[in-house]
Design a protein around this ligand. Structure first.
Ligand code: NAD
Length: 489
C-alpha cells in the first residue's frame, strides 16, 4: 500500500504488561461488507507470546491474592466502561465481522458487558465442600485456588462476546490471562484493552496477543508455563490443540462446532416455531455454533411448514450491515462464502431442491457493497441424511428441511451426526418434549424456544462438539485447582 493508503488503515498493537506494543509484521484484515482491507493486525509468534506469558506470570502473585470482592469490583467497572462505549464497540464489531449493526448492538456487546457482570457476581457466591468423619476425628474440606496463566483462544463469529465469556471467569477466579482472538476479528478485543487500566485491571493481568492460529495460537498452546487452554472454534483446530498440548498434560476446555437439529412435531405451535426457526437458522448469517441447520418436520405438516418457512425466510433482508433494517449481513471472508456456496451446489448436484436464496433469488446490493461477501438465506429440501449438507457444519445462512414419521425415527436421525451441541424440539406435548430431550445427544436442548440462556447453567457440547462445560459453576471449576485438606482434631 502507498503511504497515504496505509495511513488510513487501522493498525492494531499487542497489549502486553499493560502497554500497547507494536509488532514486526502484520496481517491484513478485511471489511467483509466491502471486501476492502481496512485494518492491520499484528502477526505475532513465539517471541510476542513469550513476552505476554512473562507479563502474566509477573502479575499473577498480586492478582491471585486479591479478594474475590476486589476482583469483582474491577470486573464491574470494566463492564460499565464497555457499556458506556456500547455504540462504538457495536459499530466496530459490525465492520470487522460483517454482522448487522442491530445484532452487534443487541446481542454481541450487551452480552460482553453481561459476561463481566455475571462473573463479577457469581464469584462471590461459591462455597467449597466440607465433610466430617467423627470416628476418625477428622474434618475434610476443599479449597480452590487459581490455576495460573490461562491461555484463551476465540473464534471470529461472536468476537468480543466469546472472548469475554473466557476472560471474565478466568480473571474473576484470580488467574492472569494471555488471550488470542481470531486474526479475522481482532478490533473489539484491542478496544477493550484500552479500557483495562481505567477499570483498575493491573498491568499483566490481561494480555492480548494478535495473530494467526498457526503462529500465535500454537505458540500459546505449546508454552510450558500456560497450564490451561480454553478454546472455542472448530473441531479440526481442537484436535490439533489437543495433540500439541498433550506433552504438557494441559487442562483443556473445548467448545466446538455443531450440526444442530430442530425437530418439529405435528402438534407444534407453528406461529411460534416458524419465525423462531428462521431466526435460529439465519441469525448472524448462520454463523453461530448454535444455529439450526437440519430441520426435521413431521410428515403431516411438512408441506405447510415448508411453504410458511420459505415465505418467512424470504422476508429476511440481506445487505449493508450498517443499515439497521437489514437482517443478514456479510459472511466473514471470501473463502468462507465460497465454502458455504459450494455446499448448496453439492446439494443441488445430489438432487435436493433449493427453495429460496442462493442461485434461486436475485441478490441486489447497494453500490458500496458489491464486493462484499453476501449470500441470501437459503432453504434446501429433500436432502439425504448422508449428504455432506446434513452431516458437516456449514456455518452459513443455509438450512435443510426434511420430513420424518415417528418419534423413534427422528431421534435416531437427529443423533446420526458426529456433533452434539444444541437441539430444538417443537411440540405441545409435555411428555414427548421431556422424552425426546432426554434421548437427544446434545449438550443443550431448547424446547419451544431457541437461544434462551441462563449463564448459571452448563454450556457446551457432546461428541465432536466439545469437551467440558462453561457456566457459573463449571467455569469456576475449570479455572481453579481444587485441593482436599484433612484436619485431625
Ligand atoms: P477456528 O478453529 O478456525 O479458529 C478458532 C481460533 O483458533 C482462532 O483464534 C484461530 O486463530 C485459532 N487457531 C487456529 N488454528 C490454531 C492452532 N493450530 N493452534 C491454536 N489456535 C489455533 O474456528 P473459526 O473458524 O474461527 O470459528 C468457527 C468455528 O467455531 C465453528 O466450527 C463454530 O461452530 C465454532 N464455534 C463454537 C462455539 C461453541 O461454543 N461451541 C461458539 C462459536 C463458534
Amino acid at each position: 500500500p502507498t503511504m497515504a493508503h496505509s495511513k488510513a488503515l487501522l493498525v492494531l498493537e499487542n497489549f502486553i504488561g499493560g502497554k500497547f506494543v507494536p509488532c514486526s509484521s502484520y496481517i491484513d484484515s478485511y471489511n467483509p461488507s466491502t471486501g476492502d482491507v481496512y485494518c492491520r493486525v499484528p502477526d505475532s509468534g513465539k517471541e510476542e507470546v513469550e513476552a505476554a506469558v512473562k507479563a502474566a506470570k509477573d502479575a499473577f502473585p498480586i492478582w491471585s491474592s486479591k479478594s474475590p470482592l476486589e476482583r469483582s469490583q474491577i470486573l464491574n467497572k470494566l463492564a460499565d466502561l464497555i457499556e458506556h462505549d456500547l455504540e462504538a464497540f457495536a459499530q466496530a464489531e459490525s465492520k470487522d465481522q460483517g454482522k448487522t449493526i442491530t445484532f452487534a448492538r443487541t446481542v454481541d456487546i450487551p452480552r460482553a458487558v453481561q459476561n463481566f457482570r455475571f462473573f463479577a457476581s457469581s464469584i462471590l457466591h461459591h462455597v467449597t465442600e466440607c465433610t466430617e468423619m467423627p470416628t476418625m476425628g477428622c474434618v475434610h474440606y476443599t479449597s480452590r485456588a487459581p490455576v495460573g496463566i490461562a491461555g484463551l483462544i476465540s473464534p471470529w463469529n461472536l468476537p468480543l462476546y466469546l472472548l469475554t465469556w473466557k476472560i471474565a471467569p478466568a480473571i474473576a477466579c484470580g488467574n492472569t490471562v494471555v488471550a488470542k482472538p481470531s486474526e479475522m476479528t481482532s478490533v473489539t478485543a484491542w478496544m477493550m484493552c484500552k479500557l483495562l487500566e481505567k477499570a483498575g485491571v493491573p498491568p499483566g493481568v490481561v494480555n492480548v496477543v494478535f495473530g494467526t492460529g498457526a503462529k500465535a495460537g500454537e505458540a500459546l498452546v505449546c508454552h510450558p508455563d500456560v497450564p490451561l487452554i480454553s478454546f472455542t472454534g472448530s473441531t479440526l483446530t481442537a484436535q490439533r490443540i489437543t495433540e500439541k498440548s498433550a506433552p504438557h498434560c494441559k487442562r483443556l476446555s473445548l467448545e466446538l462446532g455443531g450440526k444442530n437439529p430442530a425437530i418439529v412435531f405435528d402438534d407444534a405451535d407453528l406461529s411460534q416455531c416458524i419465525p423462531t426457526t428462521v431466526r435460529s437458522s439465519f441469525a448472524n448469517q448462520g454463523e453461530i455454533c448454535l444455529c439450526t441447520s437440519r430441520i426435521f418436520v413431521q410428515r403431516g405438516i411438512y408441506s405447510e411448514f415448508l411453504k410458511r418457512f420459505v415465505a418467512e425466510a424470504k422476508k429476511w433482508k440481506t445487505g449493508n450491515p450498517s443499515d439497521p433494517t437489514i437482517d443478514v449481513g456479510a459472511l466473514i471472508s471470501k473463502e468462507h462464502l465460497e465454502k458455504v456456496r459450494n455446499y448448496v451446489k453439492k446439494a443441488q448436484a445430489e438432487g435436493a431442491r433449493v427453495l429460496c436464496g442462493e442461485g434461486v433469488d436475485p441478490l441486489a446490493l447497494p453500490p458500496g457493497n458489491q464486493k462484499g461477501y453476501f449470500m441470501l438465506p437459503t432453504v434446501i429440501a429433500e436432502v439425504k441424511d448422508e449428504s455432506c449438507c446434513m452431516q458437516e457444519e456449514i456455518f452459513g445462512p443455509v438450512t435443510c428441511v426434511v420430513a420424518f414419521d415417528t418419534e423413534e425415527e427422528v431421534i435416531r436421525r437427529a443423533n446420526g451426526v458426529k456433533y452434539g451441541l444444541a437441539a430444538t424440539v417443537w411440540s405441545g406435548n409435555v411428555g414427548r418434549v421431556h422424552r425426546v430431550a432426554h434421548r437427544l445427544q446434545s449438550g443443550l436442548v431448547w424446547t419451544n424456544c431457541w437461544l434462551v440462556r441462563d449463564l448459571n447453567l452448563p454450556f457446551g457440547g457432546m461428541k465432536a462438539s466439545g469437551i467440558g462445560r462453561e457456566g457459573a459453576k463449571d467455569s469456576y471449576e475449570f479455572f481453579t485447582e481444587v485441593k482436599t485438606i484433612t484436619i485431625k482434631h
